[in-house]
Design a protein around this ligand. Structure first.
Ligand SMILES: NC(=O)c1ccc[n+]([C@@H]2O[C@H](COP(=O)([O-])OP(=O)(O)OC[C@H]3O[C@@H](n4cnc5c(N)ncnc54)[C@H](OP(=O)(O)O)[C@@H]3O)[C@@H](O)[C@H]2O)c1
Length: 338
């Protein structure tokens, strides 16, 4: 039975959910021929490294806000561990930076060079430096897995890299942000304003306290950029995406759409011309004949148009703690069983 040592960049909601999920199914994971040993984590105030780390008690301490080992520059402390190849798998669970690859980027590069498997749920390194990261992964023959960056547990990048490989993807259209989809539901069917619906989403724990990133279209834009990169190898710059969110939608306009038995959804659209992706994001009106008409609540959906395999629509992948934890687990299983 192989054992892989894991380091966690960030120990917030997603990383905690992942650790809990792994601990609850670790016996079943052994059927894949491996187990995990968590040896290091950091957050904004602490860096913990211990080859005999008790991750269950670390989780409980984190939940009770107990700082275990205070550090001045927790993220930088990871550097020597990575350089010495003290972990086999590094998971990036930091919040996504908005305008650059963010602070974890140098560490991810270093890890790939050291043949440490990198799993990222953090979008920024992929959006702003994804080309460089994939190129390093190829050069050093290291695994870089990013399922959690494109739409949580909805199969997206995995479909592109596996089931649709060689199919020549011509376009992708999708609802990739569960929060904005939920907010649009409440605007359409409960006649709430965007602000009221967003507050409801925060109260229910569906949205982050700062939900602008979701509702202004940036999150969808980032996910489409990453998909474009996976499909073509080229990353569109965020400033080159025509991006409109749903924050300014007029509730009267929304009600008119509903009275016509149509729905309004925040859609990302990607077209591939001469192997170059072009992306736009904005609200679109869908009628019943649209494959994505049925995507409601915090659900997501994507339609791929391909030259050789026809069209494919996937729907599902609601946001949730276990869902994103299982998505990270999927990436680890795929990386560890190649
Ligand atoms: N929530 C989902 O369902 C979901 C789905 C797909 C992808 N994602 C992505 O997953 C990532 C994590 O989301 P989350 O909900 O877990 O966020 P979160 O709860 O805010 O956790 C972020 C963690 O990163 C730590 N951190 C932030 N800046 C840091 C720095 N400079 N150095 C070291 N640690 C730092 C935070 O430390 P403190 O604990 O000290 O604050 C926290 O532990 C995000 O990129 C998000 O977009 C989330």
């Amino acid at each position: 039975m192989k054992e892989f040592r894991v380091g966690l960049l960030g120990f917030g909601n997603v990383m905690q959910a992942f650790v809990s999920h792994y601990l609850s199914i670790s016996e079943r994971i052994k059927s894949f021929g491996f187990s995990l040993r968590f040896v290091a984590y950091c957050d904004t105030t602490q860096y913990v490294y211990d080859q005999n780390l008790d991750i269950q008690s670390a989780l409980e301490m984190k939940k009770s806000n107990t700082v275990r080992r205070k550090a001045k520059t927790p993220l930088e402390q990871f550097t020597s561990l990575v350089q010495e190849r003290g972990v086999d798998i590094l998971i990036d669970g930091l919040p996504s930076a908005k305008t650059d690859a963010g602070p974890s980027y140098p560490l991810l590069c270093e890890a790939l060079k050291k043949k440490i498997t990198v799993i990222s749920v953090n979008k920024a390194p992929l959006v702003f430096k994804g080309g460089e990261l994939f190129s390093l992964a190829r050069q050093y023959k290291t695994d870089l897995r990013i399922s959690g960056t494109t739409a949580g547990c909805l199969p997206t990048s995995g479909l592109v890299m596996n089931e649709l490989v060689g199919s020549q993807i011509l376009s992708v259209r999708g609802i990739l942000n569960g929060t904005s989809n939920y907010v649009l539901d409440r605007m359409m069917f409960d006649r709430l304003s965007c602000e009221e619906a967003a507050q409801k989403a925060v109260e229910l724990g569906i949205a982050e306290p700062d939900y602008r990133f979701d509702l202004d279209g940036t999150d969808t834009c980032f996910k489409m950029i990453i998909l474009g990169l996976v499909i073509t190898g080229k990353a569109v710059r965020p400033q080159d995406v025509a991006c409109q969110g749903i924050l300014d939608l007029d509730p009267r306009y929304v009600q008119r759409i509903v009275s016509q038995e149509k729905v309004i959804r925040l859609l990302g659209t990607l077209t591939v011309t001469n192997n170059a992706p072009e992306i736009s994001v904005g609200p679109q009106v869908l009628d019943r004949s649209d494959q994505l008409f049925a995507v409601c609540g915090t659900g997501k959906g994507l339609t791929f148009q391909t030259l050789y395999m026809g069209d494919l629509t996937v729907i599902g992948g609601s946001s949730g703690r276990t869902n994103i934890a299982a998505t990270i687990m999927k990436d680890i299983i795929n990386a560890c069983t190649v």
